[in-house]
Design a protein around this ligand. Structure first.
Ligand SMILES: Cc1cc2nc3c(=O)[nH]c(=O)nc-3n(C[C@H](O)[C@H](O)[C@H](O)COP(=O)(O)OP(=O)(O)OC[C@H]3O[C@@H](n4cnc5c(N)ncnc54)[C@H](O)[C@@H]3O)c2cc1C
Length: 392
């Protein structure tokens, strides 16, 4: 086999993980998620169950107390949660932010934090990149971290920093060299692993944002927040590249959540379409109901292949930017189309909260926008894969 060949597994891979995670999800049925959603509450019991069983530490190497599993295994964990009707949004960031610390963090940072994260003593759930004025244009972010002896002083604002109120640690991207002083706008940005416990109400203020889904997302304000210089991850000024490295993992994992969502919608819709009798027969015999479901199924199966390809390349240490982006795009769209078909299939009952369809439909919509919007994925494919001119 030549060394660039990557093996792609088909079928129900990681059956033990699917079974074990599925068993945990049985304790967190629709009523639990509806209650969390109605109260905009952090699903603490679910996150704790997942942590205790070790699944949230899937990507932490065994040497630091984790399971040391490949990305594909983590994808299976997230897919299983979403297919069960739940949501991994409260804790998935722990999986994809981990890569930045693993690849670029110092040994001291890894020793200090990873075993505590693996055991559940600490949560690394917050990822502060997006800002109100810069949005997708990350290189234009304004939060500044200025070196002052053994510390950095941070000033600025992040928005959509999900889970910041429920996380002990945050991975923060801030500018350390003013934009006017760097050649490339992406230079001069640095990543910090900061301890929010010491900073809350001591230079950092966190305000929840009221959103259409329960995502525990916030605005984070930094006013002269003093962080130890040892919080810097890797080299100063190289942070943008470190964050980009982790984004392929993030896109691949989010894609697998979308596959789980799609499977949830299709399973619920298919069984409802067989049971629900209108005009003397099951609504599922009508092509207007059946075909959108069949099409969404076909899309889901195809999108899943791209997600598996992205994970296989990632796990093999191969470049996977195009595949990770395409997986995120195709899986999010497949989930959305499955959600739409499911909404139509359930008719008026789709709007009744007790069926969980409207909640999952709201949740599935996020992945067309975040962590990267569809347009920006298309711009990436146009520019980097097809060689078309850059639009921005
Ligand atoms: C619930 C939620 C949770 C989130 N969690 C986090 C988090 O934990 N951490 C974090 O850092 N961020 C988070 N985000 C932010 C998310 O990543 C951004 O919302 C997303 O990247 C889009 O940025 P924006 O909202 O500023 O949109 P903008 O950048 O303002 O873009 C608005 C629209 O214009 C389009 N657009 C912009 N430029 C172009 C172009 N050149 N060509 C074509 N179209 C273009 C975009 O595709 C988009 O549709 C979250 C967002 C949400 C809604």
């Amino acid at each position: 086999m030549d060394e660039t060949t990557t093996i792609l597994t088909l079928g129900e891979d990681y059956p033990d993980i699917r079974r074990a995670v599925g068993r945990i999800c049985e304790d967190f049925q629709g009523a639990y998620w509806r209650e969390m959603d109605a109260a905009s509450a952090y699903p603490l019991a679910f996150v704790e169950a997942l942590t205790k069983s070790g699944w949230l530490a899937a990507l932490i190497p065994e040497a630091y107390g984790g399971a040391g599993l490949p990305l594909r295994a983590a994808a299976v964990i997230l897919e299983t949660i979403h297919a069960s009707g739940g949501s991994a949004a409260a804790c998935h960031a722990q999986m994809y932010t981990m890569g930045t610390v693993l690849r670029h963090g110092s040994e001291a940072q890894k020793q200090k934090y990873l075993p505590a994260i693996a055991s559940g003593e600490l949560r690394l759930q917050a990822f502060g990149v997006t800002e109100p004025a810069s949005g997708t244009d990350t290189a234009n972010l304004r939060t500044r971290a200025v070196r002052d002896g053994n510390h950095y002083i941070v000033n600025g604002q992040k928005v959509w920093t999900s889970r910041a109120l429920y996380s002990d640690l945050m991975l923060l991207l801030a500018r350390t060299t003013p934009r006017e002083e760097v050649t490339k706008p992406t230079d001069g940005l640095s990543v910090f692993l900061i301890d929010l416990r010491e900073l809350k109400d001591n230079g950092v203020e966190i305000r929840p944002i009221d959103t259409m889904i329960n995502h525990n997302t916030t605005e984070v304000f930094f006013s002269d927040a003093k962080i130890p210089a040892a919080s810097l991850v890797g080299e100063e000024g190289k942070g943008f590249r470190y964050i980009l490295d982790g984004m392929n993992a993030e896109r691949t994992l989010i894609a697998s959540e979308s596959i789980g969502d799609a499977r949830f919608f299709l399973e619920r819709a298919s069984s409802y379409a067989c049971e629900r009798k209108i005009f003397g027969g099951p609504i599922g015999r009508n092509q207007g109901i059946q075909f959108p479901l069949a099409r969404a199924h076909a899309e889901t199966e195809a999108a899943e292949l791209m997600a598996r390809k992205a994970a296989a390349l990632f796990d093999d240490g191969q470049p996977c930017g195009p595949e990770a982006n395409m997986a995120k795009l195709l899986c999010a769209e497949a989930a959305w189309h499955a959600g739409e078909a499911c909404m139509q299939t359930f008719g008026g009952f789709a709007f009744a909260r007790e069926y969980d369809i409207e909640r999952k439909w709201r949740e599935a919509r996020l992945y067309l926008t975040a962590p990267i919007s569809t347009n920006l994925v298309l711009a990436y494919i146009g520019q980097h894969v097809l060689g078309l001119p850059k639009s921005y």
